[in-house]
Design a binder for this molecule. Structure first.
Ligand code: NAD
Length: 499
């Protein structure tokens, strides 16, 4: 049965004018599974108006009551995690257990946000001048918007809205049009948790909806996660209209393997982090940078592991890796195998011939692949592939590995595999990347730290969640106060200083 997904505005589904719609695919079959309404200005205006109406009441709701809603939302998320994971898998293609993992990581941000009373404490200084006290308070911004990518339809929005809402803001989410259902189910869970109508809204669509949010004067801040060109567009557009903005972009994540590393551990890590979620993770390992002396050995260990990987539909319990999200994306990813070979790389592991459980039919399949002898000017290295393709680069030394990573325009995640603590410590100090793993291939920070890259992987200066999230979604007010006592008096035109 074909499904139809629509917006969520003011606490209920809202079809609006629905002038345009997009198709939702089942990537495992290649068939259209439903449609999603695309918002125009009217729907965006309605969502922002609902959020604006809800803001004064939510801002003034006592912290204890806000947190009570968050705790209930957390319980409901836990109870419905399995259903959410199946919804995500059906539209994205990733295997259900992987989708459950992303729900869990989002849930951890909700748990972080449950501690908001502690996180929102300002400072207080008594007697900064005679009879004068000074203090700071953190206040919400108003209506804030989030625009999220297809690859984590639950987790990435949950990097944003739990903290934003806990801080007292109201929220409009524009999720990816490729897998929109999870966001609507999340909106229903918020309603069930007792969140007042209009505090959390969802508008679906594409550029038109995003531009509507960027240009709306009542939207005070925009959080974006997606590809680098769009991140830059969002950053510039939001800044032009005077909004606070954080825009997380694409990635090219390198994994350095030094000769003293445990090569079995390194091979396990390369395969898990390169091919999990079919490589459609912003923290996926894309480039394996191996010191010459161990490169052949490492390649053999990777090949052994890849041969046994089970590729198949996301809802088949046996599958370890699902299809790619769309046919166009699958074809683009596969084109890097051809261009890599044309430009001089070898292709020891070719995912186009990897078997698919059940045969695959017309689904968007591409098995795990590895290009070897890749060099930095090849398109498979300069572009973010965002699929199940590892590129192996062979280098003579630690210094050349570091130079390669630091010359790359992206700076999202990286990892080093070594048993030498000194080398690892030097790497964490010298590498120009925002998130670093030491014998950990996907170093996604916990909810109470902040997530974000450097260079072309982040536009703006705030990372997501953790204390940087709290600061992004609040503005600080500094208050200087004096309660008059009978001894006070006298005009003084001098500049106010303490004393
Ligand atoms: P995308 O940039 O195509 O889309 C992201 C969002 O922007 C979607 O909601 C989409 O509808 C919207 N959008 C697309 N084109 C637009 C335009 N021209 N104007 C305005 N809005 C537009 O990204 P994607 O393909 O959905 O996701 C994959 C990308 O996201 C990869 O590059 C990946 O690295 C990146 N990503 C980054 C992080 C991170 O934390 N840095 C996390 C997840 C994904």
């Amino acid at each position: 049965m074909s499904k139809h997904v629509t917006h969520w505005i003011g606490g209920r589904p809202a079809a609006g004018e629905a002038r345009r719609r997009g198709d939702i695919y089942n990537p495992a079959t290649g068939k259209v599974a439903g449609t999603v309404d695309f918002a125009g200005r009217a729907e965006v205006d309605a969502a922002v108006a609902a959020a604006e109406d809800a803001f004064p009441g939510w801002r003034d709701t006592p912290l204890s009551k806000r947190v009570a809603v968050l705790f209930r939302f957390r319980e409901l998320l836990k109870e419905n995690a399995g259903e959410l994971a199946r919804l995500i898998s059906a539209e994205h293609g990733k295997v259900v257990s992987d989708a459950a993992g992303e729900v869990q990581r989002g849930l951890e941000v909700v748990e972080f946000a449950c501690g908001i009373p502690h996180l929102l404490k300002g400072g207080y200084s008594e007697n900064v001048s005679t009879g004068v006290d000074a203090y700071s308070i953190l206040q919400p911004l108003g209506v804030v918007a989030g625009v999220s990518p297809f690859n984590f339809p639950a987790m990435v929005p949950m990097w944003m809205f739990p903290v934003a809402i806990a801080c007292g803001n109201t929220f409009v989410l524009k999720p990816s049009e490729k897998d929109p259902s999870a966001s609507v189910r999340i909106a229903e869970l918020w309603a069930e948790a007792g969140l007042p109508d209009g505090v959390f809204n969802v508008v679906h669509g594409d550029k038109e909806a995003v531009d509507g949010l960027l240009e709306h004067e009542d939207v005070k801040a925009v959080s974006f996660v997606g590809s680098t060109p769009i991140a830059q567009y969002i950053y510039e557009g939001a800044a032009r209209s005077g909004k606070r903005v954080q825009a997380l972009g694409g990635a090219k994540n390198h994994m350095v393997v030094l000769p003293d590393a445990d090569l079995d551990l390194a091979a396990d890590a390369a395969v898990s982090a390169g091919f999990g979620s079919a490589g459609e993770r912003c923290m996926a390992i894309s480039a394996v940078v191996a010191i010459d002396t161990i490169a052949d050995d490492l390649l053999e260990r990777i090949r052994e592991r890849v041969e046994g990987l089970r590729v198949g539909p996301g809802d088949d319990d046996r599958s370890e890796m699902g299809p790619l999200v769309t046919r166009a994306h699958r074809d683009k990813v596969a084109s890097y195998l051809e261009s890599g070979v044309r430009e001089g790389a070898s292709l020891p592991i070719d995912g186009r011939v990897h078997p698919v459980l059940g045969g695959g039919g017309d689904g968007f399949w591409l098995g795990p692949s590895l290009l070897d002898h890749v060099s930095p000017e090849m398109a498979c290295y300069t572009d973010e592939i965002f699929g199940p393709v590892l590129s192996m680069l062979r280098v003579p030394s630690y210094e050349s590995a570091l130079e390669l990573i630091n010359a790359n325009p992206y700076g999202n995640g990286t990892a080093i595999f070594t048993n030498d603590g000194g080398a690892a410590r030097r790497f964490q100090n010298e590498v120009e990347v925002g998130m670093v793993g030491i014998n950990v291939p996907i170093p996604v920070p916990m909810a109470y730290y902040s997530f974000g890259g450097w260079k072309k992987s982040l536009f703006g200066d705030s990372h997501a969640h953790g204390m940087e999230g709290v600061h992004f979604y609040t503005r600080t007010k500094a208050v200087t106060s004096r309660w008059l006592d009978p001894s006070h008096g006298g005009v003084n035109l001098g500049f106010p200083t303490s004393g």
